[in-house]
Design a protein around this ligand. Structure first.
Ligand code: C2O
Ligand code: CU
Ligand code: CU
Length: 501
């Protein structure tokens, strides 16, 4: 029998920086208890923020070499290794890396390309490579049902359909181990380009934003119970693996930004600048959006943006505090500086009025209902918190994930309208594999808001008690997952299987 992993809240309070847990344990609101974390302050067992090199020039992501000489074929090798990487001066960090680097190499391909990636697993555990957001056949999508055992290899082969140009990424998806493998460094970017890209004249810059927790020996610690509950956030927020780098944007830069954090919501702001949204997960919008002060990227999401300023200046990229209603934690609203950015004067007229054809899917033929929920823990909170409890806590349609169970079924090629309701007090980012959807409406209580513009997305945030409606179509038969993209919640079973046939 599996040994019962048990950690009581009092043990947690002793072992972790959450010292005021019991002092405030009875101060509850809506079933959560309050406590003050003291993350990233000296003496909490974590590496001090100044122990990591900062202020270096932002490096572009390494690019995965295409070894094919055939037009329309992208062939490459990707391997996952355990490797010690020098991040902080104290000691090297034991990480998991793709092709020797964290983040992994950027894969750049074109619509219509046939992609053949030989993947070798040199990790001490099983893994998969999941192509987040890409319309690849389910058997090639790194599902948890298709693990690559340690020491084994396999080809991931797929042909990219026309119209899928966009900003994607890849990461492991093994059953129950996704969060830890990503936290140890496994994630990489993938861009699908179009031969008729209306923005191909614009220079690009890529920001893969991840976070990393390091202990005082610069090692990646295991998850705490609170990490499992709320999703893990590291004290270091990195761009392309670098801590607080500096970067210069060329005039009219098309910026692609990824949030590959396990759980951290990124509410991005740049002083005296505004974001002009050009594209979302699955590619360009029909036209650019009006400028806005802040840009919210939840775990798993990507955007294409232009950063506009009245005049050239040097400033900070910040992640402002976002309250996602964590359990058993009262947070201080802290902002983080992510980078120093030299912003040139931008010329918005560089953007064509029309970026793509209409984003539409037609009338839905059927409906689906999905409910995210949490077990009510309020009456248990004074007792012990254990892994088995956590493993029955996060549910979709009342159930915890089972790899073998089919939860919902769809027909190939049929447009559906999904209604996803977050019946919980915490934000959860919803993600569906293998396709892109169009959000049409959001509802909170009596308030219904039609989505102001059409966009191709595969990941969308659900605020507490919010309902999101979207249109979607699956074009390839097989099993697809949908889940919360807080990776700890996914691993704990906030995931379900959709059979497309
Ligand atoms: Cu990026 Cu199933 O996930
Ligand atoms: Cu995915
Ligand atoms: Cu969640």
């Amino acid at each position: 029998m599996k040994r019962r992993q048990l950690l009581t809240l009092s043990a947690l309070a002793l072992a972790l920086p959450y010292r005021s847990l019991f002092a405030q344990a009875h101060h509850r609101q809506h079933g959560h208890m309050a406590m003050a974390p003291s993350h990233s302050k000296a003496g909490d067992g974590l590496l001090a923020l100044n122990a990591m090199t900062q202020g270096k020039t932002l490096r572009p992501l390494p690019v995965l070499q295409n070894t094919s000489t055939q037009a329309g074929v992208f062939r490459a090798q990707l391997s996952a290794h355990k490797q010690d990487i020098a991040l902080a001066s104290v000691q090297k960090t034991a990480m998991y890396v793709y092709n020797g680097s964290a983040p992994g190499p950027l894969i750049e391909v074109y619509e219509g390309d046939t992609v053949d990636i030989l993947f070798q697993n040199h990790l001490p555990e099983a893994t998969t490579v999941h192509w987040h957001g890409l319309p690849v056949p389910p058997a090639e999508d790194g599902n948890p049902q298709d693990p690559v055992a340690p020491g084994e290899q396999r080809h991931y082969r797929f042909t990219l359909p026309e119209g899928c140009a966009g900003t994607y990424w890849y990461h492991p998806h093994p059953h129950g181990r996704t969060a830890m493998q990503v936290a140890r460094g496994l994630a990489g970017t993938l861009i699908v380009r179009s031969r008729n890209d209306p923005l191909q004249h614009m220079p690009e810059q890529h920001w893969l934003i991840s976070d990393l927790r390091l202990d005082e020996h610069a090692q990646i610690p295991a998850n705490t119970m609170l990490d499992w509950m709320n999703g893990r956030e590291g004290q270091f927020i990195l761009i392309n693996g670098q801590y607080q780098p500096t970067t210069s944007l060329a005039s009219n830069t098309r910026l692609r930004i990824w949030n590959s954090c396990s759980a951290r919501y990124l509410r991005l702001e740049v002083d005296d600048c505004q974001w002009v949204l050009l594209g979302t997960d699955g590619g360009l919008l029909e036209s650019a959006r009006p400028p806005s002060q802040e840009l919210l990227l939840v775990p798993g999401q990507r955007v294409e943006v232009l950063l506009v300023a009245e005049k050239a200046h040097t400033t900070n990229l910040r992640a402002r505090y976002y309250d996602r209603h964590k359990m058993m934690v009262t947070e201080q609203a802290t902002d983080h500086v992510l980078a120093q950015v030299n912003v040139p004067q931008q010329d918005r007229s560089a953007i064509p009025a029309r970026l793509r054809d209409n984003i539409r899917l037609g009338e839905p033929k059927s409906e689906k209902k999905v409910v995210f929920s949490e077990m009510d823990m309020s009456h248990d909170a004074d007792h012990e918190m254990s892994m088995p409890m956590l493993q029955s806590m996060f549910m979709i349609n009342g159930k915890v994930y089972d790899m073998e169970r089919i939860d919902l079924s769809s027909k190939v090629g049929e447009v559906e309208r999904w209604q996803v309701f977050n019946d919980s007090h915490m934000d959860h980012p919803f993600h569906l594999h293998g396709t892109q959807f169009i959000v049409t409406e959001r509802r909170q209580g009596e308030q219904a808001l039609l989505e102001p513009y059409a966009a191709w997305r595969d990941t969308i945030n659900l605020k507490p008690y919010e309902t999101i409606y979207f249109l979607v179509r699956q074009d390839q038969p097989g099993i697809r997952m949908f889940h919360c993209h807080i990776l700890e919640h996914e691993d704990l079973g906030m995931m379900a299987n959709l059979l497309v046939s």
